[in-house]
Design a protein around this ligand. Structure first.
Ligand code: GDG
Length: 750
């Protein structure tokens, strides 16, 4: 049981004041009605949603709100929680960081971004204000859905205080490629990614934006994903695409509205036989208005046969006029319109009708219905709802010309797609659209309409909320259990009371950190000292169980009274005994594998091959992030085909692809040792895929601890290799009074 809490920069409400009387007006935007409908049709029926709340910055003064709050607000769809922000702070947060840094950069206008510290500080401050408002309101079971680029830090701020909260985040604008995103100061870009990753589900409009985000997460936070899923700190997160839809029926059903009918007929009768081209945009440099006008001008020049046979109504809606980058553009656009009209108008005809105004809704739909062509050519656009609304409103005719750089282009394939900067392509698209036969128009429109009807804004909300619940369920299944102080104390008690203990420890990534060059991973004094002290207690039997070859283990650890298991169990040396080899076959099988791996060494700079007697491995830990991973997928694929019908195994390890002779693994080796020893205390630690075999084999017999986050069969997780030595040192230290902190050792990486 819980509520649906929507959080956006602005509340979708305004206040009307008449004298002392103040009333609330709910805006009719797509998101508002979609949330209402989701709640009514799904949420309430499922019985798991008990209310809906909207939180955002108020665009009315606190005194007015006090009057509303004390009046009767019954019948209102949402309970509202307005946030009041100091005007200067809001200006730096909204006009500053949101619209003079994030907006231009995320739309690929990097030269317009103004990296001012006071902007970022205000952004943090307002995100913090949101968090302070929301946290005391949160109740168990609430589902929080945060919207858009103004609130990218907020998911993390909520997560910090409410680790179990259900949080979704959706970005309505593009997420740019890593090469653009990285232009931002390091501290800012890391804070933004880390901030968004406080959510459980992160949604974007298109596959490209998802890929860009994942790439930035990999490069800046060092976190890899697996088919859009990733493990971040102790949580599983999903990143996916949810292309926003529109309220299809609302637009489509206006085909039978008499008022719209009248307006449309007026428009058409004024045009006579002339065709109508239409566009409507906010005044924004991302909308490509100048390029559109240049394309239109070229069309008039290049295709004179269309002069006096068409009219282009260009409707521009005022927007963000306090930001200089917006202000200057209006003048330039108006000058360009003047030039075109001056040059091509005749006594009885003017090619361009320009309006700088917000259209009433029914006028807008009447124009959609009347237009023979919609010319929608943004230079970048997260989605672009106008394109979808035009298609939905169509009475079975009309042609959509759409920029390939709008998110909507990935769904509206039947539009004529153009590059908005390509003047001659835009011009020829206009002639093609104007001359398109009616049956082709109908065909294209109906295919697009079907798609828009199937995935409308209600489906969009449903889809997002369903996925959010699924992620939460998956988190419960995969929940990594961080080893806490209490559990560790009970392990220590067990250890101290035991008389025949077995400690199975992986080497690379567990006892020693990963080394760029495998041969340089010798144990330092701290490791040797710890192992010596562990072995000096005769109740302990220490087993180093590794994928390393015999000679490395012998060289580094041979002098210690420990059991050594090499190459996952292919060879072993019991404590105070000599090496035994379990498998002895010729090395011929390696030749073909080596040849393939050598090709990958050439194709991926920094990768290298490591050979041991029973395994051959291709390491990519020193390669360019991304390239190494992608090559490793190709190699895995090639090798899997190569070893079909053999006893060889391919292992997808931590930055390594390894082929080894099958039939033995760390799990079988560990189990054999434990069975022979019959100990009364077993501890097993490891970090890699191959250690999972041990964790599974020893289930119920050992304390199993995975080093580093990630899904694991181990009982417990510690978040970093740097915690391993302190943990083992305190295991053998005499028990001290309990510590107060809950986490065993703070993760030094975060
Ligand atoms: C963000 C992203 C993404 C416009 N002029 C008039 C008018 N409009 C309405 C349209 C449409 C909306 O405004 C504009 O649609 P956008 O797609 O540009 O949406 P934004 O909210 O500006 O922007 C964008 C969107 O979020 C959704 O995720 O598509 O890429 O930038 O609904 O109809 N409405 C009326 N008169 C006008 O003159 N009545």
């Amino acid at each position: 049981m819980g509520r649906l809490i929507i959080i956006s920069n602005r509340l979708p409400f305004s206040l009307d004041r008449e004298g002392d009387k103040v009333s609330l007006r709910q805006s009719s935007g797509g998101l508002v009605s979609a949330i209402k409908s989701y709640f009514e049709n799904t949420g309430a029926q499922r019985g798991d949603l008990t209310g809906k709340m909207w939180i955002g910055v108020a665009d009315f003064p606190q005194e007015d709100w006090n009057l509303v709050a004390s009046s009767n607000t019954e019948g209102q769809d949402f309970s509202l929680e307005p946030i009041f922000v100091d005007t200067t702070v809001y200006d730096n947060y909204y006009n500053g960081f949101s619209n003079s840094v994030l907006w231009p950069l995320f739309h690929y206008f990097s030269s317009l971004a103004e990296y001012k510290n006071e902007y970022f500080e205000a952004y943090l401050q307002v995100n913090q204000l949101f968090a302070e408002k929301i946290i005391p309101l949160l109740e168990p079971g609430d589902q929080v859905w945060i919207h858009d680029y103004q609130l990218m830090i907020l998911p993390h701020l909520l997560r910090q205080k409410r680790p179990d909260a259900t949080i979704g985040f959706f970005l309505h604008i593009p997420f740019p490629s890593y090469e653009i995103f990285r232009l931002m100061p390091t501290e800012w870009k890391k804070a933004l990614l880390h901030g968004v990753m406080g959510a459980d589900l992160i949604g974007f409009h298109t596959y490209d934006y998802v890929q860009h985000f994942l790439q930035s997460v990999k490069m800046l936070l060092g976190v890899d994903n697996y088919f859009h899923n990733l493990q971040y700190q102790d949580r599983y997160i999903k990143i996916d695409l949810f292309p926003i839809g529109i309220d299809f029926n609302k637009f489509n059903q206006l085909s039978t509205d008499s008022e719209v009918d009248t307006i449309r007929n007026n428009i058409r009768s004024n045009l006579g036989e002339k065709k109508l081209i239409f566009s409507v945009d906010r005044l924004d440099y991302t909308k490509g208005l100048m390029q559109r006008l240049t394309g239109f001008e070229y069309f008039l020049e290049r295709y004179p046969e269309w002069r006096e046979k068409m009219v282009f109504i260009l409707n521009i809606v005022p927007s963000r006029d306090s930001i200089p980058a917006y202000n200057d553009r209006k003048k330039q656009i108006e000058e360009k319109i003047g030039t075109i009209n001056g040059r091509y108008s005749t006594i009885s005809w003017q090619p361009l009708i320009y309006r700088y105004n917000h259209l009433p809704f029914k006028d807008l739909v009447a124009l959609y219905q009347a237009a023979d062509v919609a010319l929608i050519t943004p230079l970048r656009d997260g989605m672009n709802l106008v394109a979808k609304e035009y298609v939905a409103s169509s009475l079975g005719r009309g042609v959509l010309i759409l920029s390939e750089l709008a998110g909507a282009a990935s769904e509206l394939n039947e539009a004529i797609l153009v590059n908005p900067t390509d003047t001659s392509e835009v011009a020829s698209a206009i002639t093609r659209a104007l001359a398109m036969p009616l049956y082709e128009q109908r065909n294209r429109i109906s295919l697009m309409q079907r798609r828009l009807q199937e995935y409308d804004v209600f489906k969009w909300v449903n889809d997002f909320m369903d996925q959010l619940s699924t992620v939460k369920q998956e988190q419960q299944k995969q929940k990594v259990k961080i080893l806490d102080e209490k559990t560790f104390t009970s392990i220590r008690r067990h250890y101290q009371g035991a008389s025949n203990r077995c400690l199975l420890l992986d080497y690379d990534g567990t006892l020693v950190p990963f080394s760029r060059i495998p041969s340089e991973a010798a144990p330092d004094n701290a490791v040797r000292d710890l192992l010596t002290r562990l072995c000096s207690d005769e109740k302990n039997h220490v087993v180093i169980i590794s994928g390393r070859d015999v000679s490395s283990l012998d060289r580094w650890l041979g002098s210690l009274p420990v059991t050594l298991v090499a190459e996952h169990g292919a060879s072993y040396r019991m404590r105070n005994s000599s090496w035994q080899q379990l498998v002895s076959v010729s090395d011929l099988w390696k030749d073909e594998i080596r040849r393939v791996m050598q090709l990958f060494v050439i194709r991926c700079a920094g990768s290298f091959i490591e050979e041991k007697s029973n395994t051959i491995a291709w390491h990519y830990r020193n390669t360019q992030t991304g390239l190494g991973f992608s090559r490793s997928r190709e190699l895995l694929n090639t090798l899997s085909q190569l070893i079909q019908n053999t006893t060889l195994q391919v292992i997808d390890g931590n930055k390594v692809v390894e082929v080894r002779i099958g039939g033995f693994d760390k799990g079988a080796s560990a189990l054999k040792i434990v069975n022979e020893m019959d100990p009364d205390f077993v501890l097993c630690m490891g970090d890699d895929t191959t250690d999972e075999d041990m964790f599974k084999a020893l289930e119920g017999e050992a304390y199993t601890i995975k080093v580093n986050n990630g899904a694991s069969a181990a009982q417990y997780t510690i978040l970093s290799q740097q915690q391993v030595l302190p943990l083992l040192n305190s295991l053998i230290a005499p028990l001290a009074p309990e510590r107060t902190s809950n986490a065993l050792v703070e993760n030094p990486n975060h």
